[in-house]
Design a binder for this molecule. Structure first.
Ligand SMILES: [Zn+2]
Ligand SMILES: [Zn+2]
Length: 230
């Protein structure tokens, strides 16, 4: 079990800077883990029972991922782009889950908890070390419906989109008229106007060192390709 200061220092080392958002994230994660009966950071066995949903993509989100050790690669970290300073902590062993929301009141009340600080940022950095969890956070007990397709482990299903052929993993296809489609094909993709392109040095790979490309004259190019002259 690590202290708040140790976890905060670790998160700063991993992600670059100290800021109020990072402090909120560290505390939010510590509270979530504590409500599940887990240590911070979780033990190996606890980690295998943990799924974390993060609802924001700022420093607080990085801090939650750092303290919980939840990772996209393990499928223990889920990003839901709500733009809300909140995260949900699921214990797969007990099915209990807690959604923890950072309050706006905490920002408003920061000056009261940091009477020696005059600047807003300094007030927040000082206040978030002493402010009670009950002021900083609202906690909801929630149910999270997870299917085997959401859990760690090998890919459980692959289907090809009937429109573009793209393989879709783990049940993320959309079935329309009995046929599977990838999500981009049924609309609502985050990108648009996709067209396949070619690019310079398409044969490049880590095993193939290419010479530095320097501009060459036409004569040099002809010397290198004598076959062209004969
Ligand atoms: Zn930051
Ligand atoms: Zn498709």
């Amino acid at each position: 079990m690590k202290s708040f200061e140790e976890l905060l220092a670790g998160s700063v080392a991993a992600h670059g800077h100290l800021c109020p958002g990072r402090m909120v994230g560290v505390r939010l994660a510590m509270l979530g883990l504590r409500l599940l009966g887990f240590e911070a950071p979780p033990t190996y066995l606890q980690l295998k029972q943990l799924i974390v949903f993060i609802e924001m993509d700022r420093c607080a989100g990085d801090a939650v991922a750092f303290v919980t050790n939840a990772r996209l690669g393990r499928r223990s970290l889920k990003f839901v782009d709500y733009g809300i300073m909140a995260a949900t902590f699921v214990n797969l062993g007990t099915d209990r889950a807690f959604r923890i929301i950072s309050t706006e009141e905490a920002r408003d009340l920061a000056p009261a908890y940091a009477p020696l600080e005059s600047q807003k940022r300094g007030q927040q950095l000082a206040a978030y070390r002493v402010m009670p969890d009950s002021v900083m956070f609202r906690v909801q007990e929630v149910k999270v419906d997870l299917t085997p397709f959401d859990l760690p482990g090998p890919t459980r299903k692959k289907v090809a989109c009937v429109r573009c052929g793209q393989v879709v993993r783990d049940g993320r296809e959309v079935v329309w008229d009995g046929q599977p489609y990838c999500r981009p094909c049924v609309g609502g993709a985050y990108y648009r106007d996709a067209k396949d392109i070619a690019w310079d040095n398409m044969i490049r790979s880590p095993h193939l060192q290419l010479e530095e490309e320097t501009p060459r004259t036409g004569a040099e190019q002809l010397e290198e390709r004598p076959g062209m002259l004969s």
